[in-house]
Write a protein that binds this ligand. Sequence first.
Ligand code: FES
Length: 506
Amino acid sequence: MVVPEAAGTLLDALRDHLGVRSPKDGCSPQGQCGCCTVLVDGAPRVACVTPVRRVAGRSVTTLDGLPADQRAAWADAFCATGASQCGFCTPGIIVRLAGLRAKDPQADDAAVGRSLAAHLCRCTGWRTIHEAWAAVRDGRPKGSRDLEAASRRATIEGRTPQQVGHEVALGEGGFADDGAPADALVAVPDGQGGWAVGETLAAARATAGKVQGRRTTVPVEPPLALPDGDWAVTLRTSWVEPAYLETDASWCAPGRVPASPLGNGGAFGGKVHSPVADAARLLADAHGRAVRVLLSREDTVRLGPKRPPIAVGMRSDGTGVLRAVRTPGLADVVRAIAPTITLEEVDVPGPPTSMDARAAGWAELALLRAGLAGVAGAVRSPDGAVAEASVADGRIEVRVACGDPLDEVVLRSYCIGAAHMAFGWVTSEGLAVDGDGAVHDLTIRSFGVVLALDTPEIDVEIVHDDGPPVNGSDAVFVAVATALWVERGCPPDLPDTVRARRGGSR
Ligand code: FES
């Protein structure tokens, strides 16, 4: 098939003109997440910022185009090590590693980390991706697995239906936008609360007058002041982006059921109430044609729910005041786990907040309690999982008991991912939101998700237990955040370092 020059970017040409759906769109046209990485004449390129005219006459290789034995080896390795959870980032990462392997088949961990600097993965915490590389490099045979049990554990950890298998690593995990028919209309938010519709993504974005978001110099600031009081320990948190890699997407044919944006989640509480499926159904009926509804990275940041920012002071007897951005469900959590804390909910201009965010409310209160005690002990989650973490010499060590593991590879992967997320929440993640509530950090790199090279070693010990399986990774998230916060001297504001990184002032 000949692709017209007007096809726009290489990613548009691959996904929309040629129907090649393994390169994913996590941030186009920002070129920052690496999900659309392909090889151009053997060299990795980010397809969403590569004009298609620039590759005329050159060889373009996607994950689908790798030799079958290589594809199988990478899929085996990613599945065997738990290096792919939602799988949205994985095709781009495999293509990157295949390019590295062609140049340097014995590349060490540091070289792999440098090559992963062009990518973001929100789910795995990177360690298992390094292990997948080593498994391919060393030609390690794969062990046998009960993938049904593995999928059950992934579903418990992801809190949405999750699959485990080679198809996930190959980018075939069932993402909503991948199944859309080629001739579907495309709808994007028009900035006025409605939808701009076009024949292509580029046309819809042009109709919406979309301008690419930028990283801002506005500093990340906790939006709430501390309540007045004589506090033994205090904490303020900032706006934080869930930063799931697959932005919200759906499609629907007239009179049919829309594809769910949660097909293979990894959303950490995001996308649970996404507007895209309802919009796809309404637009398909209105236009009498299939319609794809897509949120760009900027749309997802502006419209998607955030963890509620808080400012809390606690006295040495455990009483205190928790001031928080008003969020449905927060009062129930505080009443259940900290009845001695008075909750003050306030209305603050900004993006929507949700208690669906991972461990929202109880993570923050666990930090305060550990701060009072001066030591991070074991945490018990509302699900009944128990986790404990320690931080020393740049390593994070985690122990978790959450019932029958079902599949240790998957459970370990989710626990490492949760530890990585906790590390980011404490040290680097934050979203700049001004006093009028406008979000200024609109690029995926500006959220502060920790890259492979900057992630500490994370060891996970899984306690053997025949009890009913419950979610363990949320407990790990809280245990690691608590251990890090205490180890850093209980800094009063989270994230602890982002302002220094951006040149802001305390
Ligand atoms: Fe990497 Fe989900 S597996 S973003």
